[in-house]
Design a protein around this ligand. Structure first.
Ligand code: PGA
Ligand code: ZN
Length: 418
């Protein structure tokens, strides 16, 4: 039985308000959860409720969502005999009454859902990763994808592509993978500085130099991987991209990259050339969320060679992902708790992917708190991949450090992608 439920308006890593939810169970367990928040969001994500009061945080306050936890949601859940997380998640969905959690706020609901999962695990005497239910993928430690260079909506530089990640696919263990990430990050910093570039950071802790051409960045990252003593490629350290193409898709359906106007097919051929020339093993949101036909052609063109991941077009939404699977779009899904707004539905989305042979990568948001829920989620679901920013900035390294801790206490857990 839930005996206490409350929320506070706290700050995320971008200095915007978010929620911290505190939940207590009969028996004395009390835990908290911090809610993440994105900047380059999919239009079909569950609704993040913001106050819109220009007098506070330029309209970005979450006092209404906090109040919804403290009053309506607490009134509905506290004292009730809800035995499972799924029951509670369903109860909140019913209470909200909208298909996208627009009334109470997905930020309110997901915070309660995360806190409840954590509390139930604690009450069971289990670490979260050992308590969260799986769905046929055995637990394993995920390959960390470190976003070492930021552009797009996450940095003020002229780079249109949002994320350039280094992924130590060939690392023998979690700790060694984190070490590779940190060493490549340090090598890249040195290279940028030597080239007269800024080493200031973007929202996810990657560098945000004044570079505009994606291929120039790729060449620099490959050089940094070599500088750090690793082999560029799937046996060593490979590269993953999240261009977040919805952000640079124009009203006429074209894509604007470094001042050039490109069609969907131009983009697809550009990616094909990049995959030929650089050790890229995964591309997320290579095309815009509405570019349905382009996504099908992209999947046909590159789906046998690399991982093609849907984020803005999938929104961790079981129904949307099911439809995309039947339409032959992508072969992988990015997984973000707050895109759908509950732990139960997140697990459902991952199970659907698993059954269809789509890989999954658990993900942070560009606005984060030190909460490490997603580290445990990635391990429990055995998806084998996580992205949670650069190996720098407290809110990012908290997740990587949690993975190191889980690995150390569970030496039998396998490491690596599936
Ligand atoms: P967001 O970016 O958290 O700002 O949405 C992350 C992503 O696009 O993967
Ligand atoms: Zn993305």
């Amino acid at each position: 039985t839930i005996t206490h439920l409350s929320a506070l308006e706290i700050l995320d890593s971008r200095s915007r308000p978010t929620l911290q939810v505190t939940l207590g169970l009969a028996g004395g367990v009390t835990v908290s959860a911090g809610v993440p928040s994105g900047a380059s969001t999919g239009t079909r994500e569950a609704v993040e409720l913001r106050d819109g009061d220009p007098a506070r945080f330029s309209g970005g306050g979450v006092a209404t969502a906090v109040n919804n936890v403290n009053t309506e949601i607490a009134d509905h859940l506290v004292g009730r005999n809800l035995t499972t997380l799924a029951e509670a998640d369903e109860a909140m969905q019913g209470l909200d009454g909208t298909p996208n959690k627009a009334r109470l706020g997905a930020n309110a609901i997901v915070g309660v859902s995360m806190a409840l999962a954590r509390a139930l695990a604690t009450a069971d005497g289990k670490p979260l990763h050992a308590w969260l239910p799986g769905f046929g993928q055995a637990p394993r430690l995920p390959v960390p994808c470190f976003n070492v260079l930021n552009g797009g909506a996450h940095a003020p530089n002229p780079l249109d592509f949002q994320e350039f990640m280094v992924c130590p696919l060939g690392a023998p263990s979690m700790a060694e993978a984190v070490r590779s990430g940190a060493e490549v990050y340090a090598a890249l910093k040195k290279r940028l500085a030597a080239g007269g570039h800024s080493t200031g950071l973007g929202d996810e802790g990657g560098f945000a130099p004044n570079l505009a051409e994606p291929e120039e960045v790729l060449a620099m990252i490959v050089a940094a991987i070599t500088d750090a003593g690793y082999t560029p490629g799937t046996t060593g350290v490979a590269i993953a991209l999240d261009p977040a193409a919805s952000e640079f898709r124009q009203g006429d359906g074209s894509y604007r990259v470094n001042g050039q106007s490109l069609s969907s097919d131009d983009m697809i051929e550009r990616y094909a050339a990049m995959v030929d020339a650089y050790p890229i093993w995964s591309i997320e949101d290579g095309l815009g969320e509405d570019d349905h036909d382009g996504w099908q052609r992209l999947t046909t063109r590159l789906g046998e060679r690399i991982q093609l991941m849907g984020d803005d077009n999938f929104c961790t939404n079981p129904a949307i992902i099911s439809e995309a699977i039947s339409d032959g779009i992508a072969n992988s899904a990015l997984i973000k708790l707050n895109q759908i707004g509950s732990v139960t539905e997140t697990l459902e989305a991952m199970a659907i992917c698993h059954r269809a042979g789509y890989t999954q990568m658990v993900s942070h948001r560009s606005g984060e708190t030190p909460d490490t829920f997603i580290a445990d989620l990635a391990v429990a679901t055995g998806c084998g991949q996580i992205k949670t920013g650069a190996p720098a900035r407290g809110e990012r390294v908290a997740k990587y450090n949690r993975l190191i801790e889980i690995a150390a206490s569970n030496p039998a857990l396998p490491f690596g992608r599936v």
